[in-house]
Ligand binder design. Structure first.
Ligand SMILES: Nc1nc2c(ncn2[C@@H]2O[C@H](COP(=O)(O)OP(=O)(O)OP(=O)(O)O)[C@@H](O)[C@H]2O)c(=O)[nH]1
Ligand SMILES: [Mg+2]
Length: 206
């Protein structure tokens, strides 16, 4: 895909505020500070589209970005931020799980993991939700510029063992060097092209 045009569309803090825009959606998920906003800017080719390095845990909001007037990229709030009250964590879980389980437009999720770290509790919960709700997903290992090529390879193997996802489906990416940008855009094309309704009907035999 060739990204020509991007814009901020809207944000929502409660799942009731979700708006069906009639466009397919891809959500970007990951721990707070893993690089979600930087990743969205990398895909957009615009460093100012999503705000990077905001005080983590401040706004629990799903921010929606429109790409090429063809699909929406949903920037999910980062999890795993320790200094958040239990009530806030519950609201976060309700928002994310509510969205993942009910959006009829959701084509898939891109789950970001820091290439240098083993998946944490929040990452494991997210993987569990994705499998439970049968949401197609792919993994991106962010901040790849922090490791040499050989260290990246090793880190991908570690992430593969920890998540059960084959290494060829874990994309090393860097917002700094733009590594992985083209590969991920192609994978997103595939994600958008899949007809999930037909697959569901097929698997249920109707
Ligand atoms: N070296 C390097 N730093 C990165 C990369 N991507 C993001 N960062 C840095 O990591 C920090 C967090 O980036 P964000 O994009 O704001 O992360 P986020 O996941 O959106 O964070 P929250 O919105 O708080 O959950 C910032 O200081 C970024 O500059 C990358 O590919 N390489
Ligand atoms: Mg962000």
């Amino acid at each position: 895909m060739n990204v020509r045009k991007t814009a901020y569309d809207y944000g929502f803090a409660l799942k009731e505020q979700y708006r069906d825009k009639g466009l397919p959606e891809i959500a970007v998920a990951g721990k707070s500070n893993v690089g979600k906003s930087s990743f969205i800017n990398l895909l957009a080719g615009n460093s100012k589209l999503a705000r990077v390095g905001q005080k983590p845990g401040k706004t629990v909001l799903i921010n929606v970005f429109r790409f090429n007037d063809a699909f929406l990229l949903m920037d999910l709030p980062g999890y795993g931020f320790a200094r958040v009250s239990n009530d806030e964590k519950k609201r976060w879980a309700g928002l994310i799980e509510g969205y993942l389980s009910s959006s009829e437009r959701l084509k898939g999720v891109i789950l970001l993991l820091d290439i240098r770290h083993e998946p944490g509790q929040g990452d494991k919960e997210m993987l569990h939700w994705l499998q439970f709700y049968h949401v197609p997903f792919l993994l991106c290992a962010t901040k790849a510029d922090k490791l040499s090529a050989s260290a990246q390879k090793k880190a991908l193997q570690t992430l593969s063992v920890a998540t059960g996802v084959i290494t060829s489906r874990i994309f090393p990416v860097s917002a700094q060097t733009k590594q992985g940008k083209d590969a991920i855009l192609s994978a997103m094309d595939e994600m958008l092209a899949r007809d999930l309704t037909a697959e569901a009907e097929f698997s249920s035999g109707t």
